[in-house]
Design a protein around this ligand. Sequence first.
Ligand code: PEP
Ligand code: MN
Length: 372
Amino acid sequence: MIIILQPDSQPDGPEMRAVMDYLGNKPWISPNVHQVTGTQQVLTEIYLVGDTTQLDKAEVEALPGVERVVRVSREYAVLGRHSDDSRAYGFTYNGVRFDQDSLHVFAGLCAVDTREHVEQMMQALQQNGQKCTRMGAFKPRTNPYSFQGLGKECLPWVFELAGKYDIKVIAMEITRDSQIGEIQEALEQTGHPTGVMLQIGTRNTQNFELLKEAGRQQELPVLIKRGFGITLEESLNATEYLASEGNRNVIFCLRGMKTNMGDPHRNMVDFSHVPVVKRMTLMPVCIDPSHSVGTRQHSPEGLLDVFHATAQGVIAGANMVLVDFHPEPTTALVDGPQALLLEELSYFLEDVQIARDAYLRRRKNFAEFYQS
Ligand code: PEP
Ligand code: MN
């Protein structure tokens, strides 16, 4: 059960005290308080854990300051979409809005290598009107002896370059909880020229210690990838675990599943699950066509498989695209074979727009069908 207080109620205000006093008489219930900052107002939500079947919904709703009570119909209490659920969802970070209706492309380097490459990438993004990118400084690898990223030393100059080209959000993977502090510190030291969305990679979807730390801080949003060898439910459970620590600014990313049934793609593309995740949860859904497809192969008409997979995700309603580019893929230290070229960026963005327009038309068409 979720108790939603009237907008702008204070966590130490009389409304909260009234609810807590009421719950104090029910020791089998433990409340968990979340503050949700929307575009217009701050909402306080109290998540009740324990046997809530014994609670009278109408009685709780009659408490002073209670706006609404939602009975949780599935296990993802915080992130799940429940039957009578009209909770605010989505978030704005560093001026960029993320929700189940928005769409942002995060094109960038899989791994930061040289200052020149980072600058060329950011410049190309700015020339194409982009505000977001991906830049890996900490890289978990299939082979642990491979290059693991430049680490915290590159953070200040990567952030400064992002500021120079007006990039607002960088998706950056973390592999250890100490890296969260390193990123926050580097942002602080450089005067916040940009923002960072923490990325939890597919190899860490069930690294619960890392999830806990990413969920405990609320400054940086989190992009969590679906685990490549576990069920969707297990990945969503892990994501819920993160959010239940307090950080609800979470985006879920599909990136293909590890099975040789997907060959010759690197992973089995799972973008038909975009609408599934949107139905089950309130999270914006990201697709990563680069790590799904993993090659620069193309179909006979010339379109790259990465372009096709992206279009498939976007036409199904994806809210974010995480995609590898590199100015010189042959010299890239990580994932060069799947990187798109800077010269391809404008075509890629146009292709995304074509698929997005088609999605919006499909949506409108069906809305008319329902109204008629
Ligand atoms: C990445 O995005 O750089 C990455 C390592 O992806 P994944 O965790 O999906 O393999
Ligand atoms: Mn990669």
